[in-house]
Design a protein around this ligand. Structure first.
Ligand SMILES: Cc1cc2nc3c(=O)[nH]c(=O)nc-3n(C[C@H](O)[C@H](O)[C@H](O)COP(=O)(O)OP(=O)(O)OC[C@H]3O[C@@H](n4cnc5c(N)ncnc54)[C@H](O)[C@@H]3O)c2cc1C
Length: 449
């Protein structure tokens, strides 16, 4: 009997042959060994069949505007993964090239009895998977190792707000909040070790070097656990009061690790609930980590145009259209935004924080995106600019949280209608004055000047 609940977390993507010489796990979004239900699932099948496990990662030379900083963070983490897997008797391969080609080639080379992959609602990843598995004759499973309550199980439709998903998640959360099981080592070990040439892999990547070297955060699963421990000791208790103040270190800084799957959200939630922090702090943090984060996966899974105006709710499309020709006080091009050349020192500071640190504070992300709407010619252009900048500079970019956060800010996704005003219509507005009443704006500007 599997420790993973097959009916709820795993999905058969394709039924095919089930005889072979190993079990493959196509590691994609969940780049870790520990607390990875997809890897556990693969190793359980392998154990049952008496076969070894081969894990592979398909490294595409380009991926939705990812820059060198993203590839470096990811490849450093994967180096650690290779070491851990080989220490457990499993194989690891890095496939360099277009996944549509490299994955079927590997499958015909190693002849697996099953192929397991992880869940990702983003279009590019789903397209890779679809094209890669079209040609192969093996049973393919998709395991959701990202969401605590599996995304497809929590809800089978687009949720219109946090309230509706919260109700569903809260009903299921207690049964999913379990200590993640340790990985079962398959009895058969992978014999044909092929150490990865990481230097060669790095040089195969066609990514832009953005100049700023990011040194404040260390990549990898071990560093992620250290960060979590520090947050549990020093940050969690004060989270509700400090998290919305960009001049204080009140957030967990876990998003780059969660984005690259270097830490599991279930592990984070498990440690948070067991900690001695006040219940109000745990609740506030779990609202973000569980409800808001899993709402983003729900949005991207059920709304394929999650990154454009057509994905906005009807009321917001109507209101933004009614205000399409309102005169803007300022209009900036994508380049002017990128170079932090607006009239607003606070906005420029947020942009600089993102460019040089690779992570803008959460409160400022809302202000930043809403001002892009206010100072762009059209909502469509605002979406394009915000997504381009977010994906290019944020270490946690190209994530459902990013597309959803931007759609929330610019298009009222998961929000309600507010009193109407210029440009925004009924989409919620944020002002410099509002920010000033919440935190020491001057000190933030000075820090990122
Ligand atoms: C315009 C805009 C753009 C955003 N872009 C991204 C992005 O590219 N990648 C990204 O991961 N998040 C994004 N967010 C969501 C949020 O701002 C970040 O997840 C958070 O600031 C990351 O910092 P942290 O890990 O220190 O957060 P913490 O406050 O410590 O929260 C812990 C975790 O909870 C989750 N979380 C927190 N806030 C949100 C939220 N509003 N929505 C969904 N999940 C949340 C994240 O997984 C986060 O790592 C964006 C939000 C907005 C408004």
């Amino acid at each position: 009997m599997s420790a993973i609940d097959l009916a709820n977390r795993a999905l058969v993507l394709r039924k095919g042959g089930d005889e072979g010489e190993c079990v493959c796990y196509w590691m994609s979004r969940e780049q870790r060994c520990e607390d990875n239900q997809a890897l556990t699932f693969a190793s359980e099948i392998a154990d049952r069949l008496g076969l070894p496990v081969l894990v592979f990662f398909a490294l595409a030379p380009k991926f939705i505007g990812a820059a060198r900083r993203h590839y470096d963070f990811m490849l450093d983490g994967l180096t650690e993964v290779e070491r851990e897997l080989t220490g457990k008797g499993m194989g690891f391969r890095l496939l360099v090239g277009e996944p549509e080609k490299t994955v079927p080639d590997l499958i015909s080379e190693v002849n697996p009895a099953a192929l397991v992959t992880d869940f990702d609602p983003l279009r590019a990843k789903q397209a890779w998977k679809e094209r890669a598995i079209r040609e192969i004759d093996v049973t393919v499973y998709e395991v959701d190792a990202h969401n605590i309550v599996p995304c497809r199980f929590a809800s089978n439709k687009r949720e219109w707000g946090a309230a509706t998903l919260r109700r569903k998640i809260n009903a299921l959360f207690p049964s999913y909040l379990r200590r993640p099981p340790p990985i079962k080592m398959p009895k058969a070990t992978w014999k044909e070790a092929q150490p990865v040439d990481w230097k060669k892999a790095r040089s195969s990547v066609q990514a832009e070097d953005l100049g700023d070297l990011i040194t404040w955060i260390e990549p990898g699963g071990k560093a992620a656990k250290k960060r979590l421990k520090a947050f549990l000791t020093h940050g969690l208790s004060g989270y509700p009061e400090r998290r919305n103040d960009p001049t204080r270190e009140g957030q967990s800084d876990l998003s780059p690790y969660l984005h690259f799957g270097q830490i599991s959200a279930l592990r984070v939630a498990w440690e948070v609930t067991r900690s001695e922090a006040p219940e109000t702090s745990k609740k506030a943090f779990l609202e973000e980590l569980v409800v808001r984060r899993e709402l983003s996966d729900n949005f991207c899974l059920h709304v394929p145009d999650y990154d454009s105006v057509s994905g906005f709710p009807e009321w917001s499309k109507v209101t933004l259209d009614q205000h399409r020709y309102d005169e803007r006080d300022y209009i900036y091009t994508a380049r002017e935004f990128e170079e932090a050349r607006t009239h607003d020192r606070l906005w420029n500071a947020a942009q600089r924080e993102m460019v040089s640190r690779g992570k803008m504070h959460g409160y400022m992300r809302m202000y930043w995106a809403k001002k892009i709407l206010e100072w762009s010619e059209t909502p469509e252009e605002a979406m394009r600019t915000a997504i381009m900048l977010n994906d290019r500079y944020e270490l946690d970019g190209r994530d459902p949280n990013g597309y959803t956060g931007i759609a929330w800010s610019i298009g009222g996704v998961h929000d309600r209608a507010w009193p109407s005003r210029k440009v925004f219509g009924k989409v919620r507005f944020m002002s410099y004055g509002g920010a000033k009443s919440k935190f020491d704006v001057e000190s933030y500007i000075e820090r990122w000047s």
